[in-house]
Design a protein. Structure first.
Length: 503
């Protein structure tokens, strides 16, 4: 966390991230803390998807990052850990250490975060906290009751058991780390969520890590700039300023900033940075202009490359879906994300999908079904509001596309009933069409005892003593074929086929 060595430093509230395996009770724990630590009237008003909230416990503030638990959110959990001061690792007492538990431990250690183990679901009859501690020790996490240094507490998020003890430990770790901020410096921190509101424009959720932000401040994040018009707290109340450790909603960015990017504010516009960016852009554009004949076109889908366009209501969801695709592995194939952004699926998205043969993921957003291209691309637009479901649908679509296509198609069969004439490279035979149709000039295989004995071509067809172009199933016919050795015999099957063009 950024700190300045001067007399302006004051204590600030700890920021807490809750991690662990899916279904081990992270969401229930966060919900319980929010409902019991925020006034009932206020808690009922939390309708915004801000990604964090504040509580007051023993007259002190604590900020919780509301990070999702599905595996697809591993990148966001990693970013969440970097933004936090303390981590709570939730492990279910009836289930033990699982894949995502180990993943969370890795994130916590990489971020060098002090953490607490919350052994949840101890109200269940099958709960076994000692088994959990043993499994944690096997993953290099030794809790204090096992002579280690990591504090742990046995809780029940469902019943509220020992939640106060857990919050006491959070404040203790915060005190040990002497968290400070300089309230007189411009604000800085991280973007934790973004979305495009149809009425209000670009909405960004920010976590302030140091300093103070105020309405009217100029703000910059990863090359995106703006001027703060509105600040709201996590309850949606309009405020004019916010301090370190506070999660806030800010309106004023000219473009959506990226989730996980740092932001900073200032009282004057970021004109110098903008001028530099403009000069860089002009230089790049001139460099392209100086290359005669070089044309930049949208990249076409190459063989076994699946292009993906992701549209979502929130940037964090778009990135989580992107992360899910990046984890997919297909033999001799890869996935390329063309876009991962907020907003409804529009005409430009459909045009890009048509040009690049892309799959469109519409997560919690609308698709304009009146657009002319939609009918053509309908089968490649996957809509939904549960991340793992849209990922599963996309995976199945990709796997279907990867299934080997037949190299040829059978168009008819003739059962040989008589052999009329045999020559060196020509034979005249008669039989009954058992399927499809027999067509002049078609390629054939001769099958005997389920084995192909050779290939040839139909030269002519005779039906009812007349030469014809084709004969349908159920009728008898005579055919002359271009076929050498071995000679066709009664009981053989003539199979007509055509080759299919490979994409």
């Amino acid at each position: 966390m950024p700190n300045s060595k001067n007399n302006n430093l004051i204590p600030r509230s700890p920021v807490v991230v809750v991690m662990g395996h899916v279904d081990h009770g992270k969401t229930k724990l966060l919900d319980y803390i929010r409902k019991t630590s925020v006034a009932e009237k206020e808690a009922g008003g939390i309708t915004q998807h801000i990604g964090a909230y504040e509580i007051t416990y023993k007259n002190r503030g604590i900020t919780f990052l509301d990070t999702p638990g599905h595996e697809a959110f591993s990148k966001l959990r990693g970013r969440g850990a970097k933004a936090a001061d303390v981590a709570i690792l939730v492990v279910a007492a009836d289930d033990g250490v699982k894949t995502q538990t180990v993943e969370a431990i890795e994130h916590i250690k990489k971020a060098e975060l002090p953490f607490i183990v919350a052994i949840n679901k101890t109200d269940k009859p099958e709960a076994n906290p000692e088994k959990v501690k043993k499994e944690l020790a096997e993953n290099d996490v030794l809790v204090e009751s096992w002579s280690g240094k990591v504090p742990s507490v046995e809780i029940s998020a469902k019943q509220g058991k020992n939640i106060n003890e857990l919050l006491d430990l959070v404040l203790l770790l915060a005190d040990l780390n002497e968290l400070k901020t300089n309230p007189k410096k411009p604000g800085e921190g991280l973007v934790i969520e973004t979305n495009l509101d149809p009425r209000r424009g670009i909405v960004a959720s920010l976590l302030i890590l140091d300093g103070i932000i105020q309405t009217g401040d100029y703000i910059s994040s990863g090359g995106v700039t703006g001027k703060i018009k509105i600040i709201e707290d996590f309850l949606g109340n309009s405020i004019t300023q916010a301090h370190a450790s506070s999660p806030v909603i800010v309106i004023g960015f000219t473009e959506p900033p990226q989730v996980g990017e740092k932001f900073s504010t200032d009282k004057i516009p970021f004109t110098a940075a903008l001028k530099v960016a403009k000069k860089i852009g002009e230089f790049i554009e001139k460099s392209f202009d100086d290359e005669p004949g070089q044309i930049i076109e949208p990249e076409e889908k190459t063989k076994n490359t699946f292009n993906i366009i992701i549209k979502s209501d929130f940037q964090s969801s778009a990135e989580a879906i992107k992360e899910g695709f990046e984890k997919m592995i297909f033999e001799n194939s890869n996935i390329k994300i063309l876009k991962a952004e907020t907003g409804n699926v529009n005409a430009g998205n459909l045009e890009l999908a048509d040009l690049s043969d892309a799959i469109i993921i519409a997560f919690n957003v609308k698709v304009d079904t009146t657009l002319s291209l939609y009918g053509k691309l309908k089968e490649k637009v996957i809509s939904g509001n549960i991340i793992y479901e849209v990922l599963d649908k996309a995976k199945k679509l990709i796997e279907t596309s990867l299934k080997p296509r037949p190299e040829r198609e059978e168009t008819g069969q003739l059962q040989i009933l008589a052999v009329f004439r045999k020559e060196k490279n020509r034979q005249v035979v008669g039989g009954k069409v058992t399927s499809g149709e027999i067509v002049k000039n078609a390629r054939i295989e001769i099958v005997r005892d389920d084995a192909v004995i050779g290939q040839g071509r139909i030269i002519s067809i005779e039906s009812e003593k007349k030469e014809v172009g084709k004969v349908e199933a159920g009728r008898e016919t005579g055919i002359a074929v271009d076929f050498g050795e071995p000679k066709i015999a009664v009981g053989d099957t003539v199979v007509l086929f055509r080759s299919l063009k490979q994409n």
